[in-house]
Design a protein around this ligand. Sequence first.
Ligand code: PAF
Length: 281
Amino acid sequence: METLTSLAEARACLDAWRARQERIALVPTMGNLHAGHLGLVARARELGGRVVVTLFVNPLQFSPGEDFAAYPRTFEEDQHQLRQAHVDLLFAPAVDEVYPQGPESQTRVEVPGLSDVLCGASRPGHFVGVATLVCKLFNMVQPHWAVFGEKDLQQLLVIRRMVVDLCFPIRIVGVATVREADGLALSSRNAYLSPAERRRAPVLFQSLRQAAEAYQAGTGVSEVERSGSESLRAAGFLPDYFRVCRSADLGAAVPQDRDLVVLAAAYLGKARLIDNLRFRC
Ligand code: PAF
C-alpha cells in the first residue's frame, strides 16, 4: 500500500492506473477506523478495481464548539489496518493541501433542502462542509465508484444528489451499518461513551426498532416520534430528533409511503449518536 500526503503524488499514482485502464474505488474516511470502515473497504475491494482510502478530518464539516480538535486521530493504527485490508493507496492530505486558501475561503458546494433537515438543522453548515470536501475528493481522485456507509443515511443521500446535480460519472455504493452484538451502530464517537453510557447506548437502536414496529402496526407518525424521543429520554439520552421519513428523500412520511426510515440523533453524555432503520409498510 502506498501512503501519500501530496495531491501531486497521489494524482501521478492514480493517472498511471487510469492509463492502464484500471478502475478505481474511493472510500472517504476521517480515520479512527473500525469494522464499519473496514466493511466499506471490503465492498470497495469486491468492485474489482484499485482501492483508494482517504483519511482527512475535515474542518469544514465541524461547527465552532464541535469536536474537531478532540476527534480521535489514530493514523498509525489506521494505516496498519488498511495495509492488512489490501488497500492500494492511502491518501492522507494535510488541511493546507485540501484547502490551500484556508477552509473559510474555499468555494462551497450546497445541496439545498436535503442538507437543511434533521442533522443539517442541528448542525448548520455541516452538509455544505461534507459536500464540498467530497466534491473535492471526487475531483482529486476521479474514482469510478465511491463507497459510503448507510449509518450516515442523510450524508449518503446528500452525496447521491450532488453526484446527479453536478454530473459526476461516479457510482455511489451504499453499505449497510455494522453493529455491535447488542445493536449499537459502530461509530468513532462511541469512544466518547463512559462504561455506564456504553451499557445504555443500545437503547438508541432498540427505540428505532420499536418505532418501526409501532408504525407498521398502525400507530400515527407523531405518536411514534413522541414515544421514541420519550424512551430515549428515559434511558438518559438528550434527543435531538426522532423522525419517521420517506427513505428516498427524507420527507415527512405520509400514509401512502411504503419505503420508510426512522432516524434519530441523541446525545448520551458527550457523544452525539445517530442511527437509522429502514423498513417497509
Ligand atoms: O462519513 C465521514 O466519515 C465523513 O463525513 C466523510 C464522508 C469522510 C467526509 O469528511
